[in-house]
Design a protein around this ligand. Structure first.
Ligand SMILES: [Zn+2]
Length: 568
């Protein structure tokens, strides 16, 4: 069925909540494991139905935010989803309290019960009011950023509007763009500091109400982390600082040597090549056509997947008036249909959408084909990003299609991609360590928080020189990172996933077919295993373990050095 033909009806919330209440009662009284499993099947039906309507409304709302009907439906779900979510958790609690709960582990997977435990341990009616206040603080941050009006180049620009200037080949222009951006944050300094102080206070209060010392511990539950905690993540970060940072530094030096910048500053880092970053060739439709060719040739599974995506019209890639910004992949459960949303802008980011978001979509399509319940279809975020970030590397033999067959542009894209993957790791770890520190020490003043950030800059990215950029040099650069405000502790996930993706990259250099088969096996497991379980089942090192990171990072850095020589 085509996306446009998928029927939408608003779900009846009172009825849904009532059914969950009744199911929770039946679960509490269940006399056998079979009864409990049957109830869980009912829950999946109910959950899929509700989620289908929710996603259809959300997607159609973002496709045209001016459409009054879906605007109202979207508002409806903002109200309705916490209510239904709570009713679902009450059902989970009843199931988990049942003496027959092991039947679920047998019928589905042992991890299902762990996931349900995690979900109930991270939420409670007691923190609803705090969560609403937290949402309001997030909205304040969003509003400040969305309302940015930056005077630049004779125009008034939004923050994303500054991006092309920040990548300008003219050094004076990119310097001025970074200064203009920093000036915007400086002019909102007090408000941005105040919002963050209140967020830390609010989230730590939620944690205490739920019985945790601080939000650090609660965040591991909220992020659905299974099988690892702060200790493992700290070991990961320290290995990145020790082994990846020096290699990333070499990449940065090579980049500045290529672009011919002497005395490089922070604002020089966005330019990868003296003759400009590579850009894809063709219209959005033509690029999508190339993606269809790529996935058709990659494997029989991706061939079926991309045919389904194209026939069901599940891509919306072009910017239009009224369309929301950004990009995402969301799945419509009743149709087993992932939807890829993007705003193409003519940069190599468009290629990333067709590899990264399509990687998410491929996994969702595979999980739907296997009839997995939503709890088991999706692993934690750190593993979801393996599907997408690895697809970015595994599709490399076809990337020339997006650059009109231009070999040099394709090689530049591959090099910048691998370099970015390496330099991203220290940055992502900084973002994570910063949050661990500030939530554990809530009494730090805004200036003290900035000093923490600067110390982390020296630990993870000692090559950065922030001269002439007061916003960055006073250590406030973290305020640009919306995750720090809006999605606390969701960032290390990209680093953990990147470590798996880099191992897929290295494996594909040695044996492309073998790497693909391992990827396919990982995708088919969906969310039925933990991060460590998925990574080791693919035959890779789990990066929490000492010694796991250095060899992979070294191999990628060597590959970059080689590619860099070829391009010189
Ligand atoms: Zn992603």
């Amino acid at each position: 069925m085509k996306f446009s033909e998928m029927p939408y009806t608003r779900p009846n919330v009172t009825q849904t909540v009532e059914r969950y209440r009744e199911m929770a009662q039946r679960a509490a009284a269940a006399a056998s494991g079979k009864e409990l499993v049957d109830l869980f099947r009912l829950h999946t039906q109910l959950d899929d139905g509700f989620a289908t309507a929710y996603r259809l409304a959300q997607i159609r709302h973002t496709l045209d935010t001016r459409d009054e009907f879906y605007d109202a439906e979207n508002d409806f779900f903002d109200q309705a989803s916490p209510e239904v979510g709570n009713a679902q958790l009450a059902f989970y609690r009843a199931v988990l309290a049942s003496p027959h709960k092991d039947a679920l582990a047998e019928a589905y997977a042992p991890i299902l019960l762990d996931k349900m435990e995690l979900a109930v341990s991270a939420a409670s009616d007691e923190v609803l009011e705090l969560m609403q206040q937290e949402n309001a603080l997030s909205s304040r941050y969003q509003k400040i950023k969305a309302g940015a009006q930056v005077a630049f180049d004779g125009q008034t620009l939004t923050l994303p509007g500054l991006d092309p200037y920040k990548q300008s080949l003219d050094r004076a222009v990119r310097k001025a763009a970074f200064e203009a951006e920093g000036g915007f944050y400086d002019s909102n300094r007090e408000e941005l500091d105040d919002i963050y102080s209140k967020m830390i206070e609010n989230r730590n209060a939620q944690a205490r109400k739920l019985g945790y010392d601080s939000y650090v511990d609660l965040s591991y539950k909220r992020m659905g982390r299974l099988g690892y905690g702060p200790k493992e993540v700290a070991s990961f970060r320290d290995q990145v600082a020790k082994y990846v940072t020096p290699l990333a530094h070499e990449c940065v030096k090579a980049q500045f040597a290529r672009t011919g910048v002497r005395d490089p500053k922070f604002y020089d880092a966005a330019v990868s090549f003296a003759d400009g970053n590579p850009t894809p060739v063709g219209t959005a439709d033509q690029l999508l056509g190339k993606a269809v060719q790529m996935y058709t040739e990659l494997s029989p599974e991706t061939a079926r997947f991309i045919r389904f995506m194209a026939e069901s019209e599940l891509f919306d890639l072009v910017s239009r008036p009224g369309k929301a910004t950004g990009g995402y992949c969301e799945t419509i459960p009743a149709y087993g249909a992932p939807f890829v949303f993007s705003n193409f802008n003519g940069t190599s980011g468009d290629v990333d959408v067709l590899t990264h978001e399509a990687g998410h979509a491929f996994q969702a399509w595979v999980a739907a084909g296997q009839g997995m319940c939503q709890e088991l279809a999706n692993p934690g975020m750190e593993s979801c990003e393996i599907h997408s970030m690895s697809m970015e590397f595994l599709t490399a033999p076809w990337h020339h299609l997006f650059f009109g067959g231009d070999e040099r542009a394709t090689a530049k894209y591959a090099l910048a991609h691998a370099e970015d993957a390496l330099t991203f790791l220290p940055y992502g770890c900084m973002v994570d360590e910063f949050q661990h520190i500030v939530y554990a020490q809530p009494h730090l003043t805004p200036d003290e928080r900035n000093r923490v950030w600067l110390e982390l800059e020296r630990k993870y990215r000692p090559w950065n020189d922030f001269e002439t950029l007061p916003f960055y040099s006073r250590g406030a650069g973290w305020q640009r990172q919306l995750h720090i405000y809006e999605a606390p502790f969701y960032y290390i996930d990209y680093c953990l996933a990147q470590m798996a993706a880099l191992q897929f990259f290295a494996a594909s250099l040695a044996d492309r077919d073998d790497a693909w088969q391992r990827y396919l096996a990982l995708v088919k497991k969906g969310g039925s295993d933990t991060y460590a379980g998925l990574v080791s089942a693919a035959g890779f090192a789990v990066p929490f373990e000492q010694g796991a990171i250095e060899p992979v990072a070294k191999q990628v850095a060597d590959w970059c050095a080689q590619k860099n020589r070829e391009l010189a």
